[in-house]
Design a protein around this ligand. Structure first.
Ligand code: NGQ
Ligand code: ZN
Length: 460
């Protein structure tokens, strides 16, 4: 099998290049990315422009089967919190087979939609009654199998969850499957480490939020993680809802991002998921910490979170990436679209995501999100450069929305003027073709198993 591809147009970290020869080694790592190359004999040619695969930096896989089920008014005023109550009810029924079937379909969908790796923020740990499974890692292992089967790159972030609110409020009924001691979390990480290594997945840790993890536990867990892997990624939900900002201020006198920056060694290992509500000082300090802002534009819209001040974050040089979180939408291009449109609506300007290096918004957003996503994933998935994984997407140059356009406009049309997934021809992960002619090999089989699992969950 050829471990190379020739692309008439490819999006490299510096920008668009012509006549690019990509070559990778047997482990799937790029060893050559050469622009203005001659097409060597026998090297396959891509059917369209090649763009880097997008790392999805935030996923709760099981929620894919719940998407679409809360789009009706249930109370006087529905909110993130009323959604969460329903989501807990759904999570209460989930078994290991459901988890695997849902995640297998979800990861196949992700691949078809331009994501080549995913960070799984995994917090349903225990059996329905709240007791640990005989094998405590059961549900994490189901996710690892789904990743392996579909071929998506994987970062597993087991979640520490202990309290229902600031100040050590005891967990509620709906949270019983999530709860574990810090010690048992460290045991879980120990158990998962060899499994992750065997399939080239990265293992990190996710303290769920400051609402769910008291300060002493946070410290202890971080120390334990460091002992296991001092460079492992750390993700946390931080300031998604104004209610949690208010509660944090009432508890500590500080807003959550400010509190975290003062009490934890936040640096480039960290991903601050939904850092939506920050004041000016928090934007500046959080960006300077080197942490990645984990933006989930379609979920944040779906849940009524509020809008991140993207221009301010970038003015401070902040890193960022995107995640599909609750999976109301599973589409890398659509997250960029939603991000840009949210900013346009608020600022009443256009092309907010463009930057000095790249005037094309889609190009600028894609490159930045790949870089930030790779940092959050803790894996070498930062784009088309030697030393990085050969994770890439071939746009469908024959799609009506793209046909005949210059390559940068093809990417713009893919993001802003197409049905997005349908304008993708092929997706490669670690040098292996996982999607061809827009389809993952497991598409039909995984879809059927997903539908069956969801039906069962809704019947019980
Ligand atoms: C989650 N989802 O962990 O699934 C959360 C809801 C919470 C989002 N934050 C639960 N979008 O934050 O307590
Ligand atoms: Zn989340």
């Amino acid at each position: 099998m050829s471990r190379s591809l020739f692309a008439a147009d490819a999006l490299l970290p510096q920008g668009w290049a012509r006549d690019v020869l990509l070559a990778w080694d047997e482990t799937g790592r790029l060893i050559q990315v050469q622009a203005d190359a001659q097409a060597p004999q026998g090297v396959p040619r891509s059917a369209g422009p090649v763009i880097p695969g997008m790392p999805n930096l935030h996923s709760h896989a099981f929620q894919r089967a719940f998407a679409g089920l809360t789009e009706h008014r249930a109370g006087q005023q529905d909110s993130f919190w009323s959604w969460r109550t329903l989501m807990y009810r759904f999570a209460a029924r989930l078994g290991p087979q459901h988890m695997e079937a849902i995640a297998t379909w979800l990861y196949a969908e992700m691949l078809e939609a331009g994501y080549t790796s995913v960070c799984e923020f995994q917090y349903v740990h225990h059996d329905a009654d709240g007791r640990p499974y005989a094998d405590d890692a059961t549900l994490s292992l189901a996710l690892l199998r789904a990743a392996q089967r579909t071929g998506i790159g994987f970062t597993l972030l087991p979640v520490l969850y202990q309290t229902s609110g600031f100040g050590g409020l005891p967990p509620n009924e709906g949270q019983r499957r999530f709860i574990r001691t810090t010690e048992s979390m460290l045991c879980l990480l120990d158990a998962l480490k060899p499994v992750c290594e065997a399939q080239d997945a990265r293992l990190g840790l996710a303290p769920h939020s400051l609402r769910a993890v008291p300060p002493a536990a946070l410290q202890e867990a971080l120390a334990g993680l460091d002992a296991l892997d001092a460079r492992a990624p750390i993700h946390i939900h931080i300031a998604e809802q104004t209610q949690e900002v208010d509660d944090c201020v009432a508890w500590s006198g500080q807003r959550p991002v400010a509190w975290l920056l003062d009490h934890a060694p936040v640096d480039a290992r960290w991903c601050l998921v939904h850092a939506t509500h920050m004041d000016d000082g928090e934007y500046e300090r959080a960006a300077a910490s080197g942490a990645v802002a984990g933006l989930c534009p379609t979920t944040e819209a779906n849940l009524g979170d509020g809008i991140f001040d993207f221009a301010r974050w970038r003015a401070h040089g902040g890193a960022w990436g995107v995640g599909s979180d609750s999976h109301a939408c599973v589409n890398a291009a659509e997250e960029l679209l939603m991000l840009e449109y949210g900013q346009r609506l608020v600022t009443r300007q256009r092309n907010v995501g463009a930057d000095a290096a790249h005037r094309q918004v889609a190009t600028a957003l894609k490159l930045a999100a790949v870089q930030g996503g790779a940092q959050a994933a803790g894996r070498d998935v930062g784009g088309l450069a030697a030393g990085q994984q050969a994770d890439f997407v071939v746009l469908d140059a024959r799609h009506v929305a793209l046909q005949g356009l210059p390559a940068p406009e093809m990417l713009s049309a893919h993001v802003f003027a197409s049905h997005r997934t349908s304008a993708i021809d092929a997706v490669w992960v670690g040098g292996q073709a996982r999607v061809a002619a827009g389809r993952h090999a497991l598409h039909d089989e995984a879809a059927a198993a997903f539908v069956a699992a969801r039906r069962q969950l809704l019947e019980d």
